[in-house]
Structures are given as structure tokens and as C-alpha cells.
Ligand binder design. Structure first.
Ligand code: GLC
Length: 663
């Protein structure tokens, strides 16, 4: 049961695509105040759980903290950080009442979930123009599935995107890319994708390729394809201001960039230097920007990642002018009188400043809207630009696409990666906890930078993180410029990495099948344990084990120097370990608490009682997986219905894609 309430005159975000009649009553759940902006306050019962918020900090149960959805380019994801890159304004209360709330409001919005008062949930926005959807259901999962239905089917990538990908900020030349491929292939570590970070471009200009480093890009892409490698270039939000650069010239001539109040094009400095932001909230500008991806698809590219689309601003023209004026005054000040933190605050405050976000405008098809009122839509609409363009450029075929910034609605056009994490064990745990929440909000094709983006990784962290990444739809090792080299072959005993990643490839038929079922049925790929075992009170408090699809429970090890971990089994299950010699260890374990031993080069999983999963022979690329000869792993007498297709067409709903196997 879904009720839709409209307050004021909300901006149409197109997050929800189902027509739902407006309910004119006052919502009976919670107390609404329109005195100072909008707020919704609800008293939680002691054991109510609050799920949702997608890409957000902390746990699966969001109680006990405050979250500010205001897409934020902040790479230091400490435990107290309130805003990450995305704004997924959907929460689900589970307990006394199973109720979902989607606040369709594209500006800054705060979710105080028992932070100010332990039992009080308050959601507030500065403005009061929004659409609120309240969904009642029989369980949290039921609420989520109703929500997923009204926001439309989740993005489905091509099948190759379930392979393993290597990325690093800093690969520049053809040789750099070939060396990575050689590094993997020569050690027989499976690999399907190599990501191209900003250095493939000419001076960080979108839709250009550096001609010195790639004298014949098309031939290079072809060459890579012949070695079964998909190159996946990055596209940034800012378009470099440079006379003669065709994208800049076209954007300027078409009036396609975001404007200041006075109508001039707003300028912000990002990687390429001074840039303009394409006004992707304007249909014509969006079509124009989207059509540019063709420059790369024409060269054979079939995947992209959209970045810096909060949009990130290192500084604006105005911000820099201000800072320079301040520094002049500062230099003239008496050092004795300078407040301690003034300089730091002033210099740091120039980045992603609220003042800048309030200084430019969108032309939303005739309506002039100040950016900060729709800030959280930018990444969504940049990715929508690409998604809509792909339908024109290569109709009927899937293109790999994921974005850093997002809002609900974007889940129809692409997946997400969770941005600039660190090589910290705590970020491996955060990755585990974030996955089901993202799924609840429609984002199924998701993953984190395995091994950690900034900071120096360690061999054991990378191995443990990969052993979890085996299960995340997006499995990518990515690291920042200047950090320790993080490709799997850089470490001692690369055969351990080969083994862990090979397990992924053995599981791809299953993972892909469960992903597709989740996408096609508005279901979750990763669920909290409580969703599968609603009557088990212990299951509700477990956040470091996940149910994958319908058959599997994953129990990653996320602590350094730990020889294994404690696990909780709500029922009897089959414990499986993929051993480094290629064999499979399995043992039935009774319900309850256990300590499982897991060596660094082993991958553990549990098969749920009465189930089985298909397993392919090891392969080095997705293409080479033999899906016709699958063995079944699990309980005798169990059956499994496999979904499979050609991995590129969009004829998802054919009955012929399903085949049932019996063990
Ligand atoms: C941003 C991205 C990161 C990328 C870097 C350089 O920090 O989040 O993934 O490597 O920019 O493009």
C-alpha cells in the first residue's frame, strides 16, 4: 500500500516512474511540521530497526546517528562523516510497523535517526517542496519490493562486467595498459576489464584521447578486445574551458552549460583546470552531452564510469578571488592576533563550498532553478544523459556504466561504486554493510574500490577484500596516484590472488543468475540476514554476514591477522571453502555460533539448507566460462533454476533464459 503526499510545488525528479494518485489527507504516521522548512518526526519503538539510505556511512541498521544527504566529494570516510557521494532518501522501519518512506527532495536533507533523542526519528529539509511516499507492507522486504516497483527496473550491465577489473589512477600510455594485461595474463589471474582513469585523456578533456600516448586508439581498443579485455574510460562532469576544444565550443554555442545569476557560464576548477558544468537537467543539453559518448563507443568502447559528478568543485572563480583577497589581508595581520584555525578553515573551505553551489543555475526546460535546490540530482542526470544516449547509439545493447554520485532514479541508468575509500580494514567492513542498503534503494550493480583507494594497501587486506569482492557485482581493484602499487601480480605468491579471483569466475553463472533475478523481480541481491530469517532475533543484529540471492550466505573475514572469524548460522548450512589447490572443502554445520578457520588464500561461503548452487570450471575471462557444463554444489536433492542469456541483448524477459538443474 503506497500513499503519495505532495507538499508545496516539488521539482519533478523522475525518481518514481509509476503514476500514483496524490493522497490529500495528512499522513497518519509521524508528525509533519512545515514551520521552518519541512520536518517529519516519528517515535521509534525500542526494537524498531531502520534500514535504507543506500550509500551511507555506518551500519545496516541506521539507528543512532545522523546522516545528511547532500552529495559530497569527501574522500576521508571516517566514522563521523555525515555525507557521502550519494543521496538515497529511502528508509524502512521494521518492527512494530513495517513502513517505508521515500522523501523525493533533491536538495540537502537530514535524517536524524535517534542521534538527538534515542527514540526519535526526524527527517528535515530546509525547503518544504517535496513528495513523500509512505509504503506499508507485511515485512521490510515487502515494503522494499513495493518501492522498487515504483522506481523502475534496476540497471543491468553487460555480462562481461561481472568479470574482474583492474584500475589505477596513473595509467597513461598504451604500454601502461598492456603491462597490466600482461601482468595478469602471464600469471593466469582472470581479468576482463582495465579501467582508464583521467590520464588517458588529453589534458583531462572529456571525450578526448591523448594522441601521443594512443596514436591509434581504435586499433588499440580492438587489440585489447582480441585479448578479451574491455577498456573502461572515465568521464568527468567538468568540461575544460579551452578555445578550439570542440566540446567546449559546442557547449558554449548551444548554451548548454550551467549559468551564474547574470547568465554567464559558471566556472569551477577541477582536474582539467577551469571547467564549465553541462546543464544535464536541461533536456537538450543532456541529449547533447550524452551524444558525446559516441566519440568513444565509435572507437569500440563499451563501458564507462562517470566521476566528479556531485559535482566536485576544487574552487570557483569567485572562491579563488575571495581567497586571494583574504590572503592579502592575512599577510598584513599581526601574527599575534591571528585566530589559530583561520587560515586552514579559509583555505579548506574553498572546496565544494555551499556558496558556490548556490551561485549557479539550471534551466530545467524553461524553469530556472538554483543548483543547491537540486544539488543531489546532478550525478543522476549526468548518468541519465549517458544511459539515454546509449539507447540511441546502440539500441538493444547493454553498455557498462556506473557513477560516483547518484540519487534514486539513477539506478535505472547505471550502477555505483562507493567512491574514494581507504586501505583500511574498517572500510572493508563498511563495504559489506553498504551493499544491502544500496540494493534496497535500487542500486544492484555496485562495489567498492577493492584493496582501498587511498593509503597503501597490504597483501592481506587486498586478499581479504577480494574474497568479499568475489561476491559483489562490480569487482574492481582501484587505487590512487602515489599509493603502493596494488595490481594483484605486484605481491608475493600471485597464485593466491589467481585462486581467489578464479573462485569468482567459477561462481559467475550463479552470481549473474541471482543478479538478474533480483533485477527482474525488484528483489535484493544482498539481503541482511533478518530478511531471510525474520523470526530469528539473533539474525537481526548480524551485520557482517549477508544473504546473497536465495541460496548463499557470505561471511567475509575483515580483521587483520585473524585466522578466521565467528559466524552465526540461523539454521543448519553447508560450509564451503574454495581451497587454493582447486579442491572444495565442505562440511554441514549445525545452527548456532561457530568459529570458522579461513586462510588468506581461501574463499568461504555457506549454502543454505536444502539448496544448491551451480559452479563452472575455472576460466580466465567471462567469455571462456563454460555455462553448459556446470556442477552443482550443495544439498543432495536440491534444485536450482539458472538464469542465463547472451549477456549483451536486452531481451531479459524471455522464458527461455531459465533452466532448472537438480542435484
Ligand atoms: C576521483 C575518483 C577516483 C579517481 C580520481 C582521479 O577521486 O573518485 O576514483 O581515481 O578522481 O580521476
Amino acid at each position: 500500500m503506497i500513499k503519495k503526499y505532495i507538499f508545496g510545488a516539488p521539482i519533478e525528479t523522475e525518481a518514481v516512474i509509476t503514476t500514483i494518485p496524490e493522497c490529500k489527507d495528512i499522513p497518519e504516521a509521524g508528525i509533519i511540521s512545515l514551520d521552518n522548512g519541512f520536518s517529519w518526526t516519528y517515535t521509534m519503538a525500542d526494537d524498531d530497526i531502520v534500514y535504507g539510505l543506500g550509500e551511507a556511512n555506518r551500519g545496516i541498521n541506521k539507528r543512532g546517528y545522523i546522516y545528511v544527504n547532500n552529495c559530497n566529494d569527501e574522500p576521508l570516510h571516517t566514522e563521523d562523516l555525515e555525507s557521502l557521494y550519494a543521496a538515497h532518501n529511502f528508509i524502512v522501519l521494521s518492527g512494530r510497523r513495517n513502513m517505508g518512506l521515500f522523501f523525493d527532495y533533491p536538495a540537502k536533507i537530514t535524517f536524524d535517526i535517534g542521534y538527538s533523542y534515542q527514540d526519535t526519528l526526524t527527517v528535515c529539509c530546509e525547503g518544504s517542496d517535496l513528495t513523500l511516499y509512505i509504503i506499508d507492507g507485511t515485512s521490510a522486504l515487502d515494503v522494499i519490493r513495493q518501492f522498487r516497483k515504483i522506481i523502475g527496473r534496476s540497471y543491468i550491465p553487460p555480462k562481461f562486467a561481472f568479470g574482474f577489473g583492474q584500475s589505477r589512477w596513473g595509467y597513461k600510455t598504451e604500454k601502461d595498459f598492456k603491462d597490466v594485461v600482461e601482468g595478469y595474463r602471464s600469471r593466469h589471474i582472470p581479468l576482463d576489464m582495465v579501467y582508464m582513469d583521467i590520464d588517458y585523456m588529453e589534458d583531462y578533456k572529456d571525450f578526448t584521447v591523448n594522441p601521443q600516448n594512443f596514436p591509434d586508439f581504435e586499433a588499440f581498443v580492438k587489440d585489447m578486445k582480441a585479448s578479451k579485455i574491455h577498456l573502461v574510460p572515465i568521464i568527468d562532469a567538468g568540461v575544460k574551458i579551452e578555445d578550439g576544444y570542440s566540446i567546449y565550443e559546442e557547449g558554449k554555442a548551444g548554451g548548454y552549460f550551467c549559468k551564474r545569476e547574470d547568465g554567464s557560464d559558471f566556472a569551477a576548477t577541477v582536474w582539467p583546470g577551469r571547467t564549465h558544468f553541462p546543464d544535464v537537467l536541461n533536456t537538450e543539453a543532456r541529449q547533447w552531452f550524452g551524444s558525446k559518448y559516441k566519440v568513444l563507443t565509435d572507437a569500440g568502447i563499451d563501458g564507462f564510469w562517470n566521476d566528479m559528478n556531485e559535482p566536485a568543485i576544487f574552487y570557483s572563480d569567485e572562491g579563488m578571488d575571495d581567497l586571494q583577497a583574504f590572503l592579502k589581508d592575512f599577510a598584513a595581520m599581526d601574527p599575534e592576533e591571528i585566530p589559530q584555525f583561520l587560515l586552514n578553515d579559509k583555505v579548506n573551505g574553498i572546496k565544494n563550498s555551499p556558496r558556490d553551489y548556490a551561485a549557479f543555475y539550471h534551466d530545467m526546460d524553461g524553469i530556472k532553478v538554483r543548483h543547491d535546490k537540486v544539488h543531489n540530482l546532478y550525478g543522476y542526470y549526468m548518468t541519465r544523459a549517458a544511459g539515454e544516449a546509449f539507447d540511441r547509439i546502440c539500441p538493444g545493447r547493454r553498455v557498462l556504466m556506473f557513477s560516483r554520485s547518484s540519487y534514486i532514479g539513477m539506478h535505472r541508468y547505471g550502477g555505483v561504486w562507493t567512491g574514494d575509500n581507504k586501505s583500511w580494514w574498517s572500510h572493508l567492513l563498511l563495504n559489506i554493510k553498504m551493499m544491502p542498503s544500496l540494493n534496497m534503494c535500487g542500486f544492484l550493480y555496485t562495489g567498492a574500490d577493492l584493496g582501498g583507494f587511498s593509503g597503501n594497501t597490504t597483501r592481506d587486506l587486498l586478499l581479504r577484500w577480494l574474497a568479499f569482492g568475489v561476491f559483489t557485482p562490480l569487482m574492481r581493484d582501484h587505487s590512487a596516484l602515489g599509493t603502493r602499487e596494488q595490481e594483484c601480480y605486484r605481491f608475493e605468491r600471485p597464485e593466491d590472488f589467481r585462486h581467489v579471483i578464479s573462485v569468482r569466475y567459477r561462481l559467475i553463472p550463479y552470481l549473474y543468475s541471482e543478479f538478474m533475478k533480483a533485477a527482474l523481480n525488484d528483489d535484493l541481491y544482498f539481503k541482511p540476514l533478518a530478511f531471510a530469517y525474520p523470526d530469528d532475533p539473533m539474525a537481526t543484529s548480524i551485520e557482517d554476514q549477508l544473504i546473497l540471492g536465495n541460496e548463499v550466505m557470505v561471511t567475509p573475514v575483515y580483521t587483520q591477522n585473524a585466522p578466521g572469524r565467528y559466524v552465526y548460522l540461523p539454521e543448519e548450512m553447508l560450509f564451503v571453502k574454495f581451497m587454493p589447490d582447486g579442491s572444495i572443502f565442505s562440511e554441514i554445520m549445525a545452527a548456532g555460533h561457530h568459529y570458522i578457520q579461513v586462510a588468506l588464500n581461501e574463499v568461504p561461503l555457506f549454502v543454505r539448507k536444502g539448496h544448491c548452487i551451480p559452479l563452472a570450471a575455472p576460466a580466465e575471462t567471462v567469455d571462456a566460462i563454460d555455462t553448459r557444463n556446470l556442477e552443482l554444489l550443495g544439498y543432495e536433492g536440491a534444485t536450482y533454476t539458472l538464469y542465463d542469456d547472451d549477456g549483451v541483448s536486452k531481451d531479459y524477459d524471455l522464458a527461455g533464459h531459465y533452466k532448472t538443474y537438480a542435484k
